[in-house]
Design a protein around this ligand. Structure first.
Ligand code: PMP
Length: 408
C-alpha cells in the first residue's frame, strides 16, 4: 500500500502505519489556502457565523465558570462528561423528540471525535461502512483511516433512497463483505442540504433492523430549520439500533469543541472507555462554559437568531442562482448550511476550481464527498458564513466561470 501518499521527502515515510494511507491532503487544500484571502468569496467551508452570537452571553458564561466553578472547570473530569451538562443535553435532544437518561449520554470533543470513537470501536480493515452518496467529507476520512471501505447509497430530494440501501446491502452480502454500520445525516444533509422524510426514516430503520446493521445518526443541523422542523430524529423511535451524535458546534460555537453521543447501553460503556483512552476526559472548562450558557442565556432564542441569519443567506443564494444560473439545477434546503449544485454532465467542477479562484470565488468540488470518484459535475455551495451581499456577488462570479465553461 502507498503510505502517506506522495510525501517521499519525509525521512519517516517507511515507518508510518498502513492506516495513514488514507490521510493524504486533499488536492484542493492548497487552493483553499488561496481562497481564504479576504477578496475571495468563499462558498467552500462550513464555518458557522459565530458573530451572530452576542459576546456578552459568552463572557457571562466564561466569567461564571471561572468565578463560581473554577475548581471543577480547571480540573480533569468524568470520561463520560459532566453530569450537569449531560442533564442539559437531554433538554436539547427533547426538542427533536429524543428521550434518554442522563447515563445514556457520552460527551465528546465535538461530534467529529464521536465519529472517530465509533469507528475505533467497530471498524477493522476491510469492513464496509454504508454512507449516503455524497456524504460528509471528514467522516469519510475517518472511515478510511480505519481502513474501512465506504459503499454509497443513492440520494434524491427526500434523502437516501431506501431501495438503493436494500440493493447495496444485498450486493455487499453477495460479495461476502462485512457491513458494520450505516452512517447517515438525515436532516439538512452535508453536503446536499436535503432531509430524509419520516416515512423513509422508518423504512431505513426497518431495513437496518432486518439486516442487523447499526445506524449512526449524525445530526448537527436538525435545530437549524428555516420553516418547519424536520421529522423527529431516528433515535426517537429506536433506542437499540441507533447511535445518535449531537454537537454544540452549530447551535452555539464550534470553538468550544463539545459534542455528544447517545448509544445503546453496551456500546456506551465501550465509548466511555475509548473516550478515556483518547482524552481522559472531555474539556471540563468548555463543558462548564456551555452549562453556564445554557442555564443563564436564552439559548432557544439564540437558535432562532441563527435560523434567521441562515434563512436570509439561503434566500440570497437561491435568489442569485435563479437569476444567474437559471438553466442549472440545485437542491432547496429547509435548514442547515448547504446547497448542492449540479452542472451539465460533461463538466468537471474540480478542474474548474482554479478558474473560479482566479475569478475570486471558491466552492467545494462534488468529488470530495464521494469515496468512489463520483460527483464530478456537482459542487457544494455553503451559505453559512458570507453575508447575503457577498453570497450574491459570489454567485455572480461563479456564473461567469460556469457560463464561460458551458460556451466552450
Ligand atoms: N458531522 C457533520 C455532518 C458535520 O457537518 C460536521 C461539521 N462540519 C461534523 C460532524 C463535526 O462537527 P463537530 O466536530 O464540530 O461537532
Amino acid at each position: 500500500m502507498d503510505k502517506a501518499q506522495g510525501n517521499n521527502l519525509d525521512p519517516w515515510y517507511s515507518h508510518y502505519a498502513e492506516r495513514t494511507a488514507g490521510l493524504s491532503a486533499s488536492e484542493v487544500r492548497a487552493l483553499f489556502a488561496v481562497a481564504s484571502r479576504p477578496e475571495v468569496v468563499s462558498l467552500a467551508g462550513g464555518m458557522p457565523f459565530v458573530s451572530a452570537l452576542p459576546q456578552e452571553l459568552v463572557l457571562t458564561a466564561v466569567e461564571r465558570t471561572v468565578r463560581d466553578h473554577g475548581a471543577v472547570a480547571l480540573q480533569y473530569g468524568s470520561g463520560q462528561g459532566s453530569p450537569r451538562l449531560r442533564e442539559q443535553i437531554l433538554e436539547v435532544m427533547a426538542l427533536e423528540g429524543i428521550h434518554a437518561g442522563v447515563d445514556d449520554v457520552v460527551v465528546t470533543t465535538g461530534s467529529q471525535h464521536a465519529l472517530e470513537l465509533v469507528s475505533k470501536l467497530f471498524l477493522d480493515p476491510g469492513d464496509v461502512v454504508i454512507a449516503e452518496g455524497p456524504s460528509y467529507v471528514t467522516a469519510l476520512v475517518v472511515f478510511r483511516s480505519f481502513q474501512a471501505d465506504v459503499a454509497h447509497v443513492e440520494m434524491d430530494e427526500l434523502g437516501l433512497v431506501p431501495q438503493s440501501l436494500r440493493d447495496t446491502i444485498a450486493r455487499l452480502r453477495e460479495q461476502g463483505r462485512t457491513i458494520k454500520f450505516l452512517y447517515t445525516i438525515p436532516s439538512f444533509q452535508n453536503p446536499m442540504g436535503v432531509t430524509l422524510s419520516w416515512e423513509r426514516r422508518m423504512e431505513v430503520l426497518e431495513i437496518a433492523r432486518e439486516n442487523d446493521i447499526l445506524v449512526v445518526e449524525d445530526n448537527p443541523y436538525g435545530l437549524l430549520y428555516f420553516d418547519q422542523a424536520p421529522p423527529q430524529a431516528m433515535r426517537s423511535v429506536d433506542e437499540d439500533g441507533v447511535i445518535y451524535l449531537g454537537t454544540f458546534s452549530k447551535t452555539l460555537a464550534p470553538g468550544l469543541r463539545v459534542g455528544w453521543a447517545v448509544a445503546p447501553h453496551a456500546i456506551r460503556e465501550k465509548l466511555i472507555l475509548a473516550n478515556e483512552a483518547a482524552v481522559l476526559s472531555p474539556s471540563s472548562f468548555a463543558q462548564t462554559v456551555i452549562s453556564e450558557y445554557l442555564s443563564t442565556a436564552d439559548w432557544k432564542g439564540q437558535i432562532n437568531t441563527f435560523r434567521d441569519v441562515y434563512r436570509e443567506r439561503r434566500d440570497a443564494m437561491l435568489g442569485a442562482l435563479n437569476e444567474q444560473l437559471p438553466t442549472l439545477s440545485w437542491t432547496v434546503p429547509n435548514g442547515g448550511f448547504y446547497i448542492w449544485l449540479t452542472l451539465p454532465n460533461n463538466m468537471d467542477s474540480k478542474a474548474m476550481l482554479p478558474r473560479a479562484v482566479k475569478e475570486l470565488v471558491a466552492y467545494t468540488p462534488g468529488t470530495a464527498f464521494f469515496a468512489d470518484g463520483n460527483g464530478r459535475n456537482a459542487m457544494r455551495l455553503s451559505f453559512c458564513y458570507p453575508s447575503p451581499d457577498f453570497i450574491r456577488e459570489g454567485i455572480r462570479r461563479l456564473a461567469i466561470v460556469i457560463n464561460g465553461e458551458m460556451s466552450l
